[in-house]
Write a protein that binds this ligand. Sequence first.
Ligand code: SAM
Length: 182
Amino acid sequence: MSTLDIIYVTVMLAVLFVVLMNEYYSWRLKVVPGPSMPWARKKMVEALQKHAPAGGPQRIMEPGSGWGGLARAASRAFPDAQVEGYELSLFPFLFSLTGTRKHLRFYKRDFTQADWNRYDTILCYLTKQLMSDLSAVWAEKLPPGALVISNAQPLPGWTEIDRIKTAIGGVETPPIYVYRKD
Ligand SMILES: C[S@@+](CC[C@H](N)C(=O)[O-])C[C@H]1O[C@@H](n2cnc3c(N)ncnc32)[C@H](O)[C@@H]1O
């Protein structure tokens, strides 16, 4: 085997490992680590600018922060806010660490174990089932006045305070839902 062959086989095995790990976590967590689209992220940040209390959000949580793009966009828009992302899928989590900045932290943790009452803002892009699971948890544990801004999925049982359309090239894409805890 030549050196080139060894490099080729090593790279192929590494790629296969990454793909299999992503498949494993997608199966275990029942959601693929697909990132929110840049135009949707932009609308989510605009929604936060519109609905955040005077002085801006203090502690933002992104459950299932994936590759980190949404949390980074929020941190850029609100550099004084503490932004935390929880992600279990290994490679998206490792990638997210490449973009940390002051007041932005990513944790390889299960968000179902989060201490929700620490956050005044939730940004999320999750599945219908996860949103359904989280609606009761957030109703009980988020502090009064907390904002929930969800890409594409509504929060069952909550009354939205805003719904923002998104589109790319004139084609409508799923909206952003905004809620405020009573
Ligand atoms: C659709 S992706 C969203 C990625 C990111 N929020 C974004 O907007 O770009 C959902 C993510 O949730 C993660 N996830 C699902 N259940 C989780 C759990 N219990 N704890 C931590 N992460 C979880 C998945 O691994 C996946 O990366």
